[in-house]
Structure formats: C-alpha cells, structure tokens
Ligand binder design. Structure first.
Ligand code: SF4
Length: 374
C-alpha cells in the first residue's frame, strides 16, 4: 500500500505561528503551479507504478482554495497514472472560511471523502493573534455544512499550550469541539518556530512562551476528555472514533511508501527520503525544464533505528524491541535508559513491545531522544 501527498502552497494570509511552505501572492501563477504538479505526477508515476494507492492527501498551504477545475485535474491525473484503490481515502485540508454548501458538493463530486478542517481555536482573542482568516462563528457553522453536504468523515485541528490560555479556557475549547460531532480530532501542542511572527513576539517579550508544565497539563486534560467521549488516542496528536483513524497519516507511521508532489513535499520509497525545493518559482521552473529541484538522503541504520523509535513511540502500537534490534543491536546503555523510564512510569513493556503510558506521552520526543543511537 502507498499514499500520495499533494502540497498546495497557497494561503490567503500568514498565520503568526506557521512555518509551513506557502505563498499569499500566488494568483498570477496558480494555473502554472497546477500544471507543474500534474507534470510531476506523470514524471514520477514509475516510483509507485505497481503499488496500490490507498490514500490521497491534499495538504498545504490551503487546498480548499483550489477551484473545481484545479482539483479535478489533479485527481484525474492520479487516477489515470496510478492504481488507486476503489475505497481510497481522499482527504482535503480545508479552512472554515472556504467552506460553503457549493464547495462541499464540489469536493464530494470530485471524490474527496474526508475533510481535515483547520479550526485551531474557538477563542476570539486567540484567533486574532494567530491571524486566522476565519471567525469563531465560521468554525462552528462549517461542520454542519460539511456534514449536510455528505462528508461523513471529518477531522478538526486544534492547538493547545498557547501563551496565556488558561486551563479553564482550554477545557472550554475541548468541550466546544466535542459538541461538533466530528469523527477525528488532531490536537497539536504549540511550538514556537524560528522566523515566525510569534517567535519575534516571544523574543521581544510581547508574548510569554508557555512553559512545558502548562502545556503538559492541557495535554492531560485533553486526553481525559477525549477518551471519555469515546475517542481512541492512537497517536500523540491524533484521536479518532473507532474506524476513523487517518489512514494516510497511519501509513506514514507504519513506514509505508509515499509520493509527495509540489514544492516542499517529502517522499519516501522504503530506503530513500527526498524533499522538493520549498520555493514556488524554482519548483515550477525545475519541472518545466525537466530538471526537478529536490534533495534526497539514504537512511543510515542509525537514522532508521531512531526514526522507528521516534515515530513508533508516538503511536498506540508502540515499538517492537525485536524489530529495533534487527536494525542495530540494543546496547547496555539503551537497556538502562529504558529501565529508568519504566521505573518512572513513562513506558510499559509487554513481551517485546514498549509503549508510552499516558504520563509518558507528555514527554514523548524527549524520551525517544534519550533512547536514540548517536
Ligand atoms: S492557513 Fe495553514 S498553512 Fe496557511 S499560514 Fe495558516 S496555518 Fe499556515
């Protein structure tokens, strides 16, 4: 099984915390960009020629800015050059201000069967400093519009651990999200990424960076409330009702191959990881000149070992120590660090499989890093 990721590098405006690749001045070249992506799909079809495609994911950027013709062109190109499964999951990331009955109908007509909606918050002052393009009202009304339009699989994104957001305010955010009747919630802990507006505010002390403890408390509350509401916590940032896990993201975590199309998109074929240039003009020129601009690396044994740990520990399936030892032998130092985490109550071990406890999930990346081989 494999997946195709399409990166749509267009946004209406720049959110203050975001360091993804996108442009807000794309109108003059959007047609040229779509054509470049179509060409890239055709040129790279051999990489997944005999592998069934289980998932297609439109991410960004803001894929909900695509018009019908653009979306259809990309989907039709995929169907004519790849072996797409009849039951493929086709996800489109959408922002609430782009969602109306007509667009939902168009997405469903084009084959989209899952929406991932970037709500982020229901708090007006948070939305303002984040510089989101939508209102709280739109965050609430877009879900019934999507449901009435026939999309039965809806995920929403939330962000927690925000500067000055109290635990009570966060609890309200989670309660509001639960009232929307969605099947999946992705909740990301705010990270202050370099070169973002938020990073400059923190540097100039206009805004206080939230503490790790503050973020951990909000994460614990999130886990408790979502579990109580019937959601399964299958990956650190992802909660789904039974049978509503993201198939696309799950396949990344299980190490399946994927093809990433568009500027900044990453690909993985089982051995090599590659990533397209994160520059719209250079990307388009490269494709047009048949000299695509990308970088790649062959994963070393150390890379594979560390990646299996980092990604596996974040999931409910955990990591199989035997599988890890097939890559590199487990050192005495590894075993003693692992024992410390087990004694601390952050990791449990059942036969050869290790998993994070609910408490350990608050420190997932730190735990994985301490177990890495260098
Ligand atoms: S809409 Fe999404 S991709 Fe675009 S700037 Fe905001 S967070 Fe980033």
């Amino acid at each position: 099984m494999a997946g195709i990721y399409i990166h749509i590098p267009f946004c209406k405006q720049k959110c203050s915390y975001c360091d993804f690749h996108f442009s807000t001045t794309f109108h003059s070249y959007r047609e040229r960009m779509i054509q470049a992506m179509v060409n890239e799909l055709v040129v790279r079809k051999e990489t997944l020629s005999d592998t069934p495609i289980n998932t297609i994911y439109f991410g960004g950027g803001t894929p909900s800015l695509l018009n019908e013709n653009e979306l259809k062109t990309i989907i039709e190109t995929i169907y004519s050059h790849f072996l797409v499964n009849d039951s493929a999951e086709i996800t489109l990331e959408a922002n609430p201000d782009d969602i109306d009955a007509e667009k939902v109908e168009m997405w469903a007509r084009s084959g989209v069967n899952r929406l991932s909606i970037g709500l982020q918050s229901f708090n007006p002052s948070v939305m303002q400093w984040m510089n989101r393009a939508h209102t709280v009202e739109q965050s609430k009304t877009c879900i019934p519009i999507a449901q009435q339009g026939g999309i039965k699989n809806i995920s929403i994104d939330l962000i927690y651990g925000l500067p000055d957001l109290t635990i009570e305010e966060w609890e309200q955010e989670v309660d509001t999200a639960l009232q929307l009747g969605v099947q999946h919630i992705s909740a990301y802990c705010l990270t202050i990424e370099e070169k973002t507006t938020l990073a400059s505010w923190v540097k100039s002390k206009k805004i206080n960076a939230p503490s790790d403890e503050h973020q951990a408390l909000q994460f614990e509350l999130l886990q408790q409330k979502l579990k109580k509401a019937g959601f399964e916590h299958y990956e650190i940032s992802n909660f789904g009702l039974p049978n509503y896990y993201s198939k696309h993201n799950s396949s990344y975590w299980k190490g399946d191959a994927y093809l990433g199309i568009g500027p900044s998109a990453h690909s993985f074929d089982g051995k090599y990881r590659s990533w397209n240039i994160a520059n719209n003009t250079v990307y388009m020129k490269g494709i047009e000149a048949e000299e695509p601009a990308y970088d790649f690396e062959l994963l070393t044994l150390e890379n594979r070992f560390n990646e299996l740990l980092l990604v596996g520990l974040r999931t409910q399936w955990g990591v199989d120590l035997q599988q890890l030892s097939y890559i590199l032998p487990l050192s005495t130092e590894f075993h003693s660090t692992l024992t410390n985490f087990i004694l601390k109550g952050w990791i449990t071990q059942s036969e050869t499989r290790i998993r994070l406890t609910d408490e350990g999930k608050s420190w997932a990346d730190k735990i994985a890093e301490d177990l890495f081989v260098l």
